[in-house]
Design a protein around this ligand. Structure first.
Ligand code: DUC
Ligand code: ZN
Ligand code: ZN
Length: 470
C-alpha cells in the first residue's frame, strides 16, 4: 500500500520540520518538502492520504525492555505477546525487545526456542530478544556466541535475586570479558541482592510486612553500590555496559561521573520512576502499594529522585526510557504477597503509556521535543542494533510511524487501557498528547480509535551489534 502523510511536522532526534512522508509497502520511500512539485502526483497515486495538519509525525516507539509472559515470582506476567504487543501499538510503540528467561543451572539455549514459541505469529509489532543469563557458567559463555548469530546481541545479568537470577562478581567479570571480545552488550540489573535479602529478613522479623517495606529494604545505597561495582567490573573487562531501570539519583550520579571519565556506560530509566514515589504509591494504605512493587523500587519524592531523573534525561546522563513492562494483576498475582511484601511479584505494566508519559515531559518543559523522540525511539534503536531500520523516519527505513496530536489528551485508566491488567499504576492520570494513527511496517494498525492490527503481523528482528560500541 502507498500512504502519503501530509501537512504534519516530522520530528526526529535532530529536530522538527514540516515535511510530508511517503510510504511504499513496508518502507518509507521519501520525505518531501511541502509544496514540492512531486507531491501533486504522489497525492494522486497514493492509496491512502492521512491529513496530519497540526500533528507531529514521529518514528514508532522502540521499547527496549519488556517481559511478556515472564514466569517470575511464582506466577507469570499477565500480558502475552498478543495482548502486550497490541497494547504497545495502541500507545505508539512499534518495536519491543523482550527478555528470554534463563535460570541458574538450566541449559541457556532452551530459552530462545521457548520465546519464539510464545512470540512468533502472536505479536502485532516487530520484536527482538535479549537473553537473561543467570549464574553464568561455561555453558552460558558458549551460548552467547550462538545467540549472537541468531541476532540476540545483548545479555542481562543480575546482581540481585540471589538463588534465582543472581550472578556473582566473578561470573559477571567473565561475561563482560566475553562481551568485550564479541561486541555483545551487557545489561545490568544493579542491586546488591545479598544485602537486600538480609534487610528483607530483618524487616519481616520486625513484623514489617506491608508493600511499602519492599522500598525501605532496597535503599538507594544498594542500587548505587551495585552500579559502582558493575561499572568497575566493566572497566576492568573493557566492555560497554547498559544499566537497566535506574531509579536512585545517587546511582545515576555515579553513572554520570563514569561517563564524564569517558567510560562507555549507559543508563535507562522508566516512567514509573519519573512519576510514582515511595511515599505516595508504595506506602499507599492497606495492600494498595502492591500495585507499585517493582525492582529497582520507586524512590522517595521528598528526596527528589524523580526531578533529578528528568534532569539526567535532559543532560543525556540517562540515555533511554523503556518500560520494564512486567504486569501482574492484583487478583491472584500481587495477592500472593498479601501477608508478606517479599512474596509480591515484582513488576509494573506500562508498555502502552511510555510515549504519552514522556511527551508530558515536553509539555512540562523538562525535555525538548527532539529529545522525546531520541529517548523513546532513536537511541534505543541504536543501542540495540536496530537503527536505521527502526527509530527514525528516513528513506529506506521500516515504515513505523506515529501521527501524534499535541493538542489532544490521554486519560489513563483500567477501563480504557488495552493491557491485560486489572489495575493501572497511573489510574486517572490525564496527560497531554494523543496517539492518533500508528503504522507498523507500512500497515495502519491504529487509526483514530480503531484497532486494525493483527497478531501475525510482527516479525522477529535479528539485531546487529549496539551502535554505541567504540
Ligand atoms: N524487575 C521487576 O520489577 N520485574 C521484572 C524483573 C525485574 O528486574
Ligand atoms: Zn531487572
Ligand atoms: Zn526487567
Amino acid at each position: 500500500m502507498t500512504i502519503l502523510i501530509r501537512g504534519g511536522t516530522v520530528v526526529s532526534a535532530a529536530g522538527a520540520s514540516p515535511m510530508d512522508v511517503v510510504i511504499d509497502g513496508e518502507k518509507v520511500a521519501a520525505l518531501v518538502a511541502p509544496g514540492s512539485e512531486v507531491l501533486g502526483s504522489l497525492a494522486e497515486s497514493a492509496e491512502r492520504v492521512i491529513d496530519a495538519t497540526g500533528r507531529y509525525v514521529v518514528p514508532g516507539g522502540v521499547d527496549g525492555h519488556t517481559h511478556m509472559e515472564m514466569p517470575f515470582g511464582g506466577t507469570t506476567a499477565s500480558d502475552t505477546f498478543e495482548t502486550g504487543s497490541r497494547a504497545a501499538a495502541w500507545g505508539g510503540t512499534t518495536t519491543i525487545v523482550d527478555f528470554i528467561v534463563h535460570r541458574s543451572g538450566e541449559p541457556v539455549l532452551d530459552g530462545i526456542a521457548a520465546w519464539h514459541d510464545k512470540a512468533d505469529g502472536n505479536c502485532a509489532i516487530d520484536f527482538g530478544f535479549h537473553q537473561i543469563l543467570s549464574g553464568v557458567d561455561d555453558d552460558a559463555l558458549k551460548a552467547m556466541d550462538e545467540l549472537m548469530r541468531e541476532g540476540v546481541t545483548s545479555f542481562k545479568l543480575f546482581m540481585g535475586y540471589p538463588g534465582v537470577f543472581f550472578s556473582d562478581d566473578g561470573q559477571i567479570l567473565r561475561t563482560m570479558q566475553a562481551a568485550a571480545d564479541s561486541g555483545a552488550l551487557v545489561m545490568m540489573h544493579a542491586e546488591n541482592g545479598i544485602a537486600i535479602d538480609v534487610l528483607v529478613a530483618q524487616a519481616l522479623a520486625r513484623g514489617q510486612r506491608a508493600p511499602g517495606y519492599h522500598g525501605t529494604t532496597r535503599p538507594w545505597e544498594t542500587e548505587e553500590e551495585a552500579t559502582h561495582r558493575a561499572i568497575m567490573l566493566a572497566r576492568i573487562a573493557g566492555a560497554p555496559l547498559y544499566i537497566v531501570h535506574m531509579s536512585a539519583k545517587q546511582a545515576v550520579a555515579t553513572l554520570a561521573r563514569a561517563r564524564d571519565e569517558g567510560l562507555n556506560v549507559f543508563g535507562e530509566t522508566c516512567p514509573q520512576y519519573l512519576y510514582l514515589s515511595l511515599e505516595e504509591h508504595l506506602f499507599a494504605p492497606g495492600f494498595e502499594g502492591a500495585k507499585y512493587v517493582c525492582s529497582t523500587p520507586l524512590r522517595s519524592r521528598a528526596e527528589g529522585h524523580q526531578d533529578e531523573l528528568w534532569n539526567y534525561l535532559r543532560t543525556n546522563d540517562l540515555s533511554v526510557v523503556s518500560t520494564d513492562h512486567c504486569p501482574f494483576c492484583m487478583k491472584e498475582q500481587k495477592e500472593l504477597g498479601v501477608d508478606d511484601f517479599s512474596r509480591i511479584p515484582n513488576g509494573i505494566g506500562g508498555v502502552e503509556h511510555r510515549m504519552d508519559l514522556i511527551y508530558q515531559g515536553v509539555v512540562d518543559g523538562r525535555i525538548s521535543l527532539a529529545r522525546w523522540v531520541e529517548l523513546c525511539a532513536t537511541t534505543p534503536a541504536r543501542m540495540f542494533g536496530l537503527y536505521p531500520q527502526k527509530g527514525a523516519i528516513l528513506a529506506g527505513a521500516d515504515a513505523d510511524v506515529v501521527v501524534y496530536d499535541p493538542a489532544g489528551t490521554t486519560t489513563i485508566g483500567v477501563d480504557t487501557h488495552h493491557m491485560r491488567l486489572d489495575y493501572s499504576a497511573y489510574e486517572g492520570t490525564v496527560v497531554a498528547g494523543h496517539v492518533d494513527t500508528v503504522i507498523s511496517r507500512g500497515r495502519v494498525v491504529v487509526d483514530d480509535g480503531a484497532y486494525l492490527g493483527s497478531k501475525s503481523h510482527g516479525r522477529f528482528l535479528r539485531r546487529g551489534l549496539s551502535q554505541y560500541l567504540l
